[in-house]
Every structure is written in structure tokens, then in C-alpha cells.
Design a protein around this ligand. Structure first.
Ligand SMILES: Cc1cc2nc3c(=O)[nH]c(=O)nc-3n(C[C@H](O)[C@H](O)[C@H](O)COP(=O)(O)OP(=O)(O)OC[C@H]3O[C@@H](n4cnc5c(N)ncnc54)[C@H](O)[C@@H]3O)c2cc1C
Length: 364
């Protein structure tokens, strides 16, 4: 091997880690570059039951048995009608999903790939990449220090920022400007039942996911241009949440107000215009990102990583169809998602004059 490593993966989120696991299974050495210290707060907490086969296939299902993650038994919602309803997972093939402690889950995934031989470069941000005759030269930055790594194949797993694709001059098609504003709240009692709570309102929708340690992840979703800027203030955010019919009652009792800070998260449905090329591919949110209503982002990142690893292994063995085939799989998944997304939003016919809902009724 002429280069330092076969595969360099930029980004140590679920997609980067799943790609590394899949490469390891094919006997291919890889390293993950992840900037900054591990995050203290991240949204994205619900994994649906139908993720189970994929979690087993990736060898990480046992990680979710840890009590840091709660079982999720269904969805409670007010959507398309003023009346609250619920769906239970009990009659499905896999009878529970998970409300994951996201930070803990990523720590578990990191420990898992490290113990399986992946080189993990913590605090290393990819700041530049240059195509070589064979593979890439990648510049990594840690504070004031930079270093260069040569790799045969480069993976963009940098999430919505899609840094590698941006270096290559590629664009992202954004279907909307959906944005989430979130806060982690400590409740006096554990929320029962362990459901995901979703509630449509005139200008968007709320979701709440109970987590371990009596925490509740609370998010309001709307379009960036429609966001009431006062929602950044914790009191205002909480007061608005408390006014809702389904989620409001979850906030009754002694709410611990310490450390509650709101944070903004881009959450648009978006697609990178090109998801692979000569010795590189994009995976997870970097390739395509989903509306959180779908609860599909983490599963898609893990699933995409699984296929990406195999495609890279095949491409490194000169199989020309490997990367187009990978792209076919993820593009098809995105088309299926778009249909389901449209159906879900079209169920909501209240608030005829609301810009948020009018935009979704028009479709993409
Ligand atoms: C408000 C909101 C709620 C959500 N709720 C859910 C949910 O309930 N269920 C669900 O399944 N999904 C949910 N999602 C989506 C889910 O969080 C994402 O789909 C998932 O995190 C994608 O994983 P990823 O690995 O592709 O990207 P990320 O998790 O974003 O990881 C990308 C990584 O790349 C690193 N990185 C960035 N730039 C560089 C660089 N230059 N060099 C090296 N590394 C870099 C970052 O530090 C990060 O660790 C939600 C998203 C939002 C916004």
C-alpha cells in the first residue's frame, strides 16, 4: 500500500461509524477523523422497531440493551385532528423501539469500533483534501496543528455540512428550511408511557421523547423564516410547550430549570447533488437528510454506512459498478422517504391559512 491508510472517514457520527464497521468486516483498514471533543448535547433520540434487523446485522443491537436507553412502545400524537390518538408497536414484528441517550450511544459506538481496530483521530477536523494519482491527500487540523494523511478512498460522513462534497464544489438541494429548536428538560416524574409524543400546531409541530434519568427531549419544528425568535428564550419556549394539549401535560410538576438551554438545528429534507465519485462517497446526512418526523435519520445513517462499507471494499477491488449500485440503494430509499413524507404531512388539513402547512400541502 502506497498511502498511509486504505480509507479515511471524515466524521464520527452514526454514518461514519457504521461505514467503519462494515469495512472492518471486509478486512479493510480505516481511520475516522472527528473534530472537537465529544458533544454534550445532540438531538436525534428515537430509533423505530423496524431498525432491529439492521442493528443485528451491524453487530450493535446489544448496545441498546443498556439502561441508559429506554424502550419506546409507540407514538402518541395529535395530528390531522383535534383528538389525541396513539399507535402501539405491540402488534408489529419487533415490538419496541428505543429512546436513546444519543451522547451515550455515540460513546458506545466509538468504544465498539475502537475495540475492533479502527484508528480514531479525536479532535481532528478535515480542512482540505486534494486528489492524488491514487487516492487523496487529506489535511487534518487540531487547533494550530495540521497534518497530512494519504488515503486510497475518502468518505464524507460529516453530516449536513457535507464538508468533503463542498471541497469538491458540490451543492445540496434543500426541499424546505425546516429547523428545530430543542431543550433537554428534567421532569419530576418519569414520563409514562414511553412513547414518542408528536403534536401539530398552527405553525409547525412539537415532539417530545422521554429519556433515562427522567429527562425529556423537547423540540419544536418550523421553517427557519417562520421561527418566532423569542423561542430562543427558555421561559418562552417552555410556556409555548406547556400550552399544547398533548405535550403540555408532560411538563406538569416540578421541572428542573437548571441548565435548560435552547439550541437550533437545521432539519430540512435535503439531497447532495452527487453522492459519489472517483475514490470518494458521501454517507448518512452528508448524502441525504430527512425530516425528523420520519425518525429515519439514525437508521438511514447506520444502514447507509453498512452499504457504503461494502461498496468501498468492492470499489477498491476495481468493481466499477460498486459505487453506482450504492448510490442506487440510497437514492431509492430517499424516493420512498419523499412519498411517505408527503403522505404524512397531507394528513394534516387544519390551519388552511398557515404558511407552514400550505408549503407542505404543495409537496416538493
Ligand atoms: C431536531 C432533530 C431531531 C432528530 N430526531 C431524530 C430521531 O428522533 N431519530 C432519528 O433517527 N434521527 C433523528 N434526527 C436525525 C439524526 O440526528 C441524523 O440523521 C443522524 O445524526 C445522521 O448521522 P450522521 O452520522 O450522518 O451525521 P452526524 O450525526 O451529524 O455526524 C457527523 C459528524 O461529522 C463530524 N464532522 C463535521 N465536520 C467535519 C470535518 N470537517 N471533519 C471531520 N468530521 C467532521 C461532526 O462532528 C459529527 O460528529 C434528528 C435530527 C434533528 C435535526
Amino acid at each position: 500500500m502506497k498511502n498511509d491508510i486504505s480509507v479515511l472517514i471524515a466524521g464520527g457520527g452514526p454514518a461514519g461509524i457504521a461505514t467503519a464497521l462494515s469495512l472492518l468486516n471486509r478486512g479493510i483498514k480505516c481511520m475516522i477523523a472527528e473534530p472537537g471533543m465529544p458533544a454534550t448535547h445532540k438531538v436525534g433520540e428515537t430509533i423505530p422497531p423496524n431498525a432491529k434487523p439492521m442493528l443485528i446485522r451491524s453487530g450493535i443491537d446489544q448496545l441498546l440493551a443498556d439502561p441508559e436507553h429506554l424502550p419506546c412502545y409507540g407514538n402518541s400524537f395529535i395530528w390531522g385532528s383535534d383528538v389525541a390518538d396513539e399507535t402501539s408497536f405491540i402488534r408489529q414484528t419487533y415490538q419496541q423501539g428505543w429512546h436513546i441517550n444519543r451522547i451515550f450511544f455515540e460513546k458506545q459506538l466509538r468504544a465498539h469500533v475502537l475495540s475492533n481496530g479502527v484508528i480514531w483521530l479525536q479532535g481532528q477536523r478535515v480542512t482540505y483534501c486534494r486528489k492524488q494519482e491514487v487516492g487523496w491527500e487529506v489535511i487534518l487540523q487540531d487547533g494550530d496543528n495540521t497534518k497530512s494523511v494519504l488515503c486510497d478512498f475518502l468518505v464524507d460522513a460529516t453530516g449536513r455540512s457535507c464538508r468533503i462534497a463542498r471541497f469538491l464544489g458540490l451543492q445540496r438541494t434543500r426541499m424546505d428550511t425546516l429547523t428545530g429548536i430543542s431543550a433537554m428538560i428534567a421532569t419530576a416524574e418519569s414520563i409514562q408511557p414511553h412513547h414518542t409524543y408528536i403534536e401539530a400546531t398552527a405553525d409547525g409541530w412539537w415532539y417530545a421523547a422521554p429519556l433515562s434519568d427522567k429527562k425529556l427531549s423537547l423540540v419544536f419544528m418550523t421553517d427557519a423564516d417562520l421561527m418566532d425568535q423569542q423561542m430562543r428564550q427558555t421561559d418562552y419556549f417552555q410556556k409555548n410547550a406547556a400550552k399544547t394539549a398533548l405535550i403540555g401535560p408532560l411538563l406538569k410538576g416540578d421541572i428542573c430549570e437548571e441548565n435548560i438551554q435552547t439550541a437550533l438545528h437545521p432539519a430540512s429534507t435535503s439531497l447532495l447533488t452527487r453522492r459519489f465519485g472517483d475514490s470518494w462517497l458521501a454517507v448518512g446526512d452528508a448524502a441525504h437528510a430527512f425530516d425528523p418526523l420520519s425518525s429515519y435519520g439514525i437508521v438511514s445513517a447506520l444502514e447507509g454506512g453498512y452499504y457504503a462499507g461494502h461498496a468501498i471494499a468492492d470499489a477498491l477491488s476495481d468493481e466499477e459498478d460498486a459505487l453506482p449500485a450504492y448510490d442506487g440503494i440510497i437514492s431509492q430509499a430517499f424516493q420512498i422517504y419523499l412519498k411517505m413524507h408527503a403522505q404524512q404531512y397531507q394528513l394534516e388539513k387544519r390551519w388552511e391559512d398557515s404558511t407552514f402547512w400550505q408549503r407542505r400541502r404543495q409537496g416538493y
